[in-house]
Design a protein around this ligand. Structure first.
Ligand code: ADP
Ligand code: MG
Length: 566
């Protein structure tokens, strides 16, 4: 049972304008699937070669015969993973690399023809293929969640109501999961594209509010793909379920080089906790392979939220691919070399994927017997606490302290559990059963109500999500004055629109209509007044404030052109 190794690709992007402006030298060369990096300080003998499943040369343009476009990356990696998902395997693609190296471009890309990344292409392909099905006994369902891990906390990017952080829990049967993370039912590519878009915006808005850039968080887009086949003779259903995890990791650069200081340093260390743990897990898994030890020594999955949630994808039941994004520029030589070494280690990992046939029926059976067990336990505990053979580990462990991971993988630390704990576990298990028993119609209803909430919340915040029709370029909603991209993240690829409503629109840090944060943003930064004209359109908004900063002004676009500042 050798298992399949993790597919590893590297991809080098074009120079950005700053690099071109500084006359940067390209330190990367590619030949077939080999990548060569040369040390700009020792151009003669500093070159190192690495071989991967794919080496993508995206440094030039499409007229270069060796140029790798978005489509090719999808065809090689995305499509292969999608086909595995149709076979019933869990699959995972994660993008690694320093900030600005091209992770988001490779995973999400831009909403321009030919520029879409793996995620939108995979979703479109998925619905294309399911749409071609003519077998009446075969039905498909697709559910989506999108979360962000920031400072070891999980946030739901699709449900605005879950403002706080979600709990990462471990269920004795289900394993690690995020409690209350919304799993939205989708019926076609448009649904999923809208969710992706809403999630990307939520990510940017959150980053703006926290005065951070999204490059410091990990984004995990998950598709649960279920294929149900009805057997005509017996009228029995069999199911195959595949979880497709698409991960855009935080920038891999060290906290100190990204300018994290003081308070930020702590956050940086926390973000790096997931990333450094990922590194440790990959090293440990790679070592396990090279030593050909049968049993895994201890793999520190539990030490971070990211590795805990991706446990199966890293060393277990999954077909996994990693794409390492590389900067071509000489100034990034050290980081790029370290990314190449990281990718080189990941090559050695092997996963033992199995087809997830009928997992739900089996799961519900197991969960029911767990409920039974807990009920009995609670019943007998009326008098005195009893110990149980398989108390789950405390889920808070992995967030609060990573030290005591030694006993982690032994699921049966036979500690007695209290009545309260048993009652909580019972609730948790019943909640999971209820979720599994939900009908498709119920799921669709829930999805719709969350969508309405999401839209009204974003509209309240002054952010348009609907009117721009899902395009990422700057789109001016007709008849409504608005501000564009008040986000200080220079790498932001999403477009945010902030409406100036009729009447007063207050901009500032607290209790305002448009919330901004940053060094120079005052508590109440400025107030816009907008009056309707005869056609019912918003007239040129007037800014009442005298302290309007230049960055704000430059963002103002109004349909009637120009703005006045009193
Ligand atoms: P990361 O997510 O790793 O921080 P991005 O994907 O945001 O980096 O890429 C940084 C910038 O470089 C973006 O403007 C992006 O459009 C551009 N870019 C990255 N990779 C490519 C590529 N292969 N081709 C063209 N542009 C790219
Ligand atoms: Mg990014």
């Amino acid at each position: 049972m050798a298992g399949a190794s993790v597919k590893v690709a590297v991809r080098v992007r074009p120079f950005n304008s700053r690099e071109t402006g500084r006359n940067a030298k390209c330190v990367i060369q590619m030949q077939g699937n080999t990548t060569c990096i040369s040390n700009p300080k020792q151009p003669k003998d500093g070159a190192k070669n690495f071989t991967f499943d794919y080496s993508y040369w995206s440094h030039t343009t499409a007229d270069d015969p060796s140029f790798a476009c978005q489509r090719q990356v999808y065809k090689d990696i995305g499509e292969e993973m999608l086909l595995h998902a149709f076979e019933g395997y869990n699959v995972c693609i994660f993008a690694y690399g320093q900030t600005g190296a091209g992770k988001s471009y490779t995973m999400m890309g831009k909403q321009e023809p030919g520029q879409e990344g793996i995620i939108p292409q995979l979703c479109e392909d998925l619905f294309q293929r399911t749409g071609e099905n003519t077998d009446p006994d075969l039905t498909y369902s697709v559910e989506v969640s999108y979360m962000e891990i920031y400072c070891e906390r999980v946030r739901d990017l699709l449900n605005p109501k879950s403002q706080g952080t979600l709990r990462v829990r471990e269920h004795p049967i289900l394993g690690p999961y995020v409690e209350d993370l919304s799993k939205l039912a989708v019926t076609g590519f448009c649904d999923i594209r809208d969710l992706m878009d809403a999630g990307n915006k939520a990510r940017t808005v959150a980053a703006t509010n926290m005065n951070e850039t999204s490059s410091r968080s990990h984004a995990v887009f998950t598709i649960v793909f279920t294929q149900k086949r009805r057997d005509q003779m017996t009228s029995l259903d069999t199911e195959k379920v595949s979880k497709i995890s698409l991960v855009d990791l935080a920038g891999s650069e060290r906290a100190d080089s990204s300018g994290a200081k003081g308070m930020r340093l702590k956050e940086g260390a926390n973000i790096n906790k997931s990333l450094t743990t990922l590194g440790k897990v990959i090293s440990a898994l790679a070592e396990m392979q090279s030593n050909k030890k049968r049993k895994s020594d201890f793999i520190p999955y539990r030490d971070s939220v990211l590795t805990w949630l991706l446990k199966e994808n890293l060393g277990g039941n999954s077909r996994t691919a990693m794409i390492a994004a590389l900067s071509p520029a000489d100034i990034n030589y050290e980081e790029t070399l370290s990314t190449l070494r990281y990718a080189d280690r990941a090559k050695q990992i092997r996963c033992n994927a199995v087809i997830n046939e009928d997992p739900n029926a089996k799961l519900i059976r197991e969960l029911k017997s767990e409920v039974e067990r807990l009920r009995n336990l609670l019943f007998s505990q009326g008098a005195e606490p009893t110990s149980t053979g398989e108390a789950p580990a405390d889920p808070d462990h992995l967030i609060e302290d990573g030290e005591d991971g030694e006993e982690a993988d032994s699921a049966d630390s036979a500690e007695p559990i209290s009545k309260e704990e048993a009652a909580e576990m019972l609730l948790e298990t019943e909640k999971i059963i209820a979720e599994l028993n939900e009908t498709w119609e119920e799921k669709l209803r829930k999805t719709e109500s969350i969508r309405l909430e999401r839209e009204s919340l974003l509209a309240e915040m002054g952010v348009s999500i609907k009117e721009d029709g899902g395009t990422l370029g700057v789109f001016s909603p007709k008849g409504t004055p608005h501000l564009v991209n008040l986000n200080e993240d220079p790498l932001m690829s999403e477009c945010l629109l902030y409406y100036i409503k009729e009447g007063l629109t207050r901009v500032g840090q607290q209790d305002v209509d448009i919330k901004l944060s940053g060094h120079f943003i005052k508590e109440i930064h400025c107030v816009f007044v907008s009056e309707l004209n005869d056609q019912g359109e918003g007239e040129t908004p007037t800014c009442l404030s005298v302290c309007l900063s230049v960055c704000l002004l430059s963002g103002v676009r109004s349909p009637s052109g120009g703005q006045r500042c009193l």
